[in-house]
Design a binder for this molecule. Structure first.
Ligand SMILES: Nc1ncnc2c1ncn2[C@@H]1O[C@H](COP(=O)(O)OP(=O)(O)OP(=O)(O)O)[C@@H](O)[C@H]1O
Ligand SMILES: O=C(O)C1=C[C@@H](O)[C@@H](O)[C@H](O)C1
Ligand SMILES: [Mg+2]
Length: 172
């Protein structure tokens, strides 16, 4: 039987990877995973706690392991963590195992979409706008490098973005 394709969502915090990923999986009748949630499930600790105890390096190692395991599957939508693409092995793995969709957004939208929720340790120190801008400078070229498709999420609902992805990508 032909291999069922995977869709991997990459992009910065607040791009909507987790929210859009769920809609997309529903639309396409694929299984949904979220690397951040899977790390928390396996560890039994939340991301902020992992950052506190093990530092960002410890978190990144867990993230790499989880992404390696999940990308062994077929027929999934995976929302990846915003910083996972900093690891070249992760980028190569995503490219090899599925279709990579970069969800793009502006810094203003990122600030608005992340401000109510305190789960993102990298946004707990300093001005969120400045931090997000600095991360974008380093990471945006990496999202672009790994992406098969780039989708702008700014002026449409998460469900509309999911529908746009369905109509744009060539799954088979
Ligand atoms: N297209 C959209 N329009 C309006 N709000 C959105 C859109 N996409 C996501 N949101 C909202 O923005 C917030 C952040 O979205 P989400 O958690 O899906 O981002 P993320 O890319 O998974 O971030 P992270 O990398 O931190 O996990 C959520 O409250 C979500 O409902
Ligand atoms: O952009 C990042 O580095 C992060 C994004 C989130 O998805 C989480 O993986 C964590 O908060 C770190
Ligand atoms: Mg998410």
């Amino acid at each position: 039987m032909a291999e069922k394709r995977n869709i991997f969502l990459v992009g910065p915090m607040g791009a909507g990877k987790s929210t859009i990923g769920r809609h997309l999986a529903d639309e396409l009748h694929l299984e949904f995973f979220d690397s951040d949630q899977e790390i928390e499930r396996r560890t039994g600790a939340d991301i902020a706690w992992i950052f506190d105890l093990e530092g960002e390096d410890g978190f990144r190692k867990r993230e790499e392991n989880v992404i390696y395991d999940l990308t062994d599957k077929q027929g999934i939508v995976l929302a990846t963590g915003g910083g996972s693409v900093m690891n070249k092995d992760v980028r190569n793995r995503l490219s090899a195992r599925g279709i990579v969709v970069y969800l793009q957004t502006t810094i203003d939208k990122q600030v608005a979409r992340t401000q109510r929720d305190k789960r993102r340790p990298l946004l707990q120190h300093g001005e969120p706008e400045t931090v997000l801008r600095e991360l974008a400078e380093v990471r945006n070229p990496l999202y672009e490098e790994v992406a098969d498709y780039v989708i702008d999420t700014d002026d449409q609902s998460a469900r509309a973005v999911a529908n746009q992805i369905v109509s744009k990508i060539d799954l088979f």
